[in-house]
Write a protein that binds this ligand. Sequence first.
Ligand SMILES: Cc1ncc(COP(=O)(O)O)c(C=O)c1O
Length: 417
Amino acid sequence: MDIFEKVAGNMGPLGQYADQGFGYYSFPKLEGEISNHMFFRGKPVLVWSLNNYLGLANHPEIRKADTEASAQFGLAAPMGARMMSGQTNYHEQLERELAAFENKESAYLLNFGYMGMVSIIDSMLDRHDVVVYDSESHACILDGLRLHIGKRFVFKHNDLENFETQIKHARKVADTTGGGILVITEGVFGMPGDLGNLKGILQFKAKYGFRLLVDDAHGFGTMGSTGAGTSQEQQVMDGVDVYFGTFAKAMAGIGAFVATERRIIKALTYNMRSQIYAKSLPLPMVVGSLKRLDMIRTHPELREKLWIIVAALQSGLREKGFDIGKTQSPVTPVFLQGGPIEATQVIADLRENYGIFCSGVIYPVVPKGVIMLRLIPTAAHTLEDVTVTIAAFAEVKKKLDEGKYSSVSIPALADKF
Ligand SMILES: Cc1ncc(COP(=O)(O)O)c(C=O)c1O
């Protein structure tokens, strides 16, 4: 078999609808300044699909800081990997400030959260160690685990009873191999928006003995009294042994960080292959991230505004009878009943006739027969945006319940790849 024939003939679970979806349902282009109102295919849309939680992406102070840093340093600096020639005072300063913000001894920057997480897991474990992880963990955690050759046990999503069953198995194995146990979960689960039960998990720490690694990509900057994340929200900052956050969401940037004890950061620094063998984060992003962190610390009103929008959107949807699952974070899923045809019709109707742009997923991301629309409220939204959206959702749901979408064929909306 020719490799090219095989690759082109098997598009995988996400690519199977590429011909019907490209440019519309997948790889859509949102144009214009990043805000609550942008353009999709030339038409204005109210956007609910950007992880710009605090509205920093287009904040004038952030734009100014980014522009000045780019003018001063260019995008090339520093050249090389951190270990070889890519170390700067700015990288170190950002790490000190992030560590202080997270109440940890030390922190280290990661070029991409995804690659960083893969390497955190890879460099902390050997074949004697055992991992216990939540079944709905993000791809970066699952891909890190692909590199782990020791035992692993998965617990049912946020189910403490099942967690105890799995940690008991893990303890037995670790006692035989002489290895340690790493528990991995998320702060905010990015699709359903519920919180990892960090406090609940930590109740078992003394009995079974493990270290806890938390991916708080969606919680950093949005959760907790100062925005330090889900561990702060649940008052377990000290119990979380390794805290991971990304700049790609509340910070509206790129890059990520890990924060923990100094001796562990020292070891990670010399062992995370995705960081050792890759170029250092560009200086404008580092300087821009210093500014973003400063905004998170000094402008709590951005987080307050975010939560006003979150409360209005979530309570408004619930009042209209929508099922928004178990979210406890800004992430707002809306669960509807229907198959792929209804899902494409609902999303297209919202975009074309109501001017509302949100993302939606179907099986295999959610069970068969379920459509999950996902709304990301931000500090850049207004209460008027919320009212308009809830009214549109109510109309669309009525049409769906009346079976108005099932008879229509999928419109030819896709672009040519
Ligand atoms: C839970 C979670 N972890 C990690 C990542 C990866 O972060 P980054 O975009 O910095 O690679 C994401 C982003 O999609 C995420 O949602």
